[in-house]
Design a protein around this ligand. Structure first.
Ligand SMILES: Nc1ncnc2c1ncn2[C@@H]1O[C@H](COP(=O)(O)OP(=O)(O)OP(=O)(O)O)[C@@H](O)[C@H]1O
Ligand SMILES: [Mg+2]
Length: 261
């Protein structure tokens, strides 16, 4: 039920080519990303890991059209974001992307249902249709019975599932999650990861999760490791969903690249 007119085709979901994001402060130049080239296939589940400050959130924000690259090309679902107008980027975000954040970012005065309905206000839908889409999204995350609760009446894990329902409300192809389990206890984190896995496997969503959680990397098909704004390595997680496999991948490649130009 997407109203998008972009040719979906078999092209990769995401292509970053020589992407830099550069911050200048005083006399210093910081490369948050330094000529990063990366392809992420449609329908895949990718984890992004790396030390604090390695550029993980920057990648997600560029792919989601929340930020703009200073160099290089960012192609998402056949659309070149680097040449888009601000209005075009806003429409792209509203239509194609679902964001999930560490701190849930739910509005406290709204019920779960109203929070999930919010992104649908931008869509050409009647009130009734909006409600139906939102209830459908809440059912997907197993929280139909909590839809009239406000965030403070929910557990952290439930809040994050509402946030995922909100990300799903517009039926985007691409879900971008920045440390979605960072504020959750193990059991709630696992529920969120299982939900993301199900959205990938059963609903064909392309998922990118920035994470420090080895279990999140274990449910992913591949883990992209960043270091100082550069690609350090990509680890394929062949027997997917088995935490043992990904448990040892974290910290063994001593890529000694100076992240600076
Ligand atoms: N608005 C900004 N102004 C200046 N520097 C920034 C800005 N946003 C990010 N940076 C810098 O860019 C680098 C990459 O930041 P980014 O947020 O992508 O890191 P990260 O890998 O997500 O880290 P963390 O694990 O701590 O969330 C960091 O050195 C950060 O300080
Ligand atoms: Mg970050």
């Amino acid at each position: 039920m997407s109203k998008s007119t972009t040719p979906a085709s078999a092209s990769p979901a995401i292509e970053l080519a020589g992407v830099s994001r550069i911050y200048k402060r005083g006399g210093e130049t910081l490369h948050a990303l330094n000529r990063l080239t990366l392809t992420i296939e449609r329908g895949s589940f990718t984890a992004i890991m790396g030390p604090s400050g390695s550029g993980k959130s920057t990648v997600l924000n560029l792919v989601g059209g929340l930020d703009r690259a200073d160099e290089g090309l960012v192609n998402v679902a056949g659309e070149e974001l680097t040449t888009m107008t601000n209005a075009g980027l806003a429409a792209f975000r509203a239509d194609r992307i679902g964001f999930v954040f560490q701190g849930f970012n739910l509005l406290p005065v709204l019920t779960a249902l109203q929070n999930v309905e919010l992104p649908l206000l931008l869509a050409p839908l009647s009130r009734k249709e909006r409600r139906a889409h939102a209830i459908h999204a809440l059912a997907l995350v197993g929280l139909e019975d909590r839809m009239h609760h406000r965030p403070r009446e929910l557990s952290g894990g439930q809040e994050q599932r509402v946030a995922i329902a909100r990300a799903l409300a517009t039926d985007p192809d691409l879900i971008l999650a920045d440390e979605p389990t960072g504020d959750l206890d193990r059991a709630s984190a696992d529920a969120v990861l299982n939900l993301l896995l199900r959205l990938n496997q059963e609903h064909g969503k392309t998922i990118i999760v920035v994470t420090h959680d080895p279990k999140a990397a274990a449910v992913a098909q591949r883990t992209v490791h960043l270091d100082k704004g550069k690609l350090e390595k990509i680890v394929e997680n062949t027997p997917r969903g088995e935490p043992e496999v990904a448990a040892g991948i974290a910290e063994d490649a001593p890529a000694e690249d100076r992240a600076e130009g």
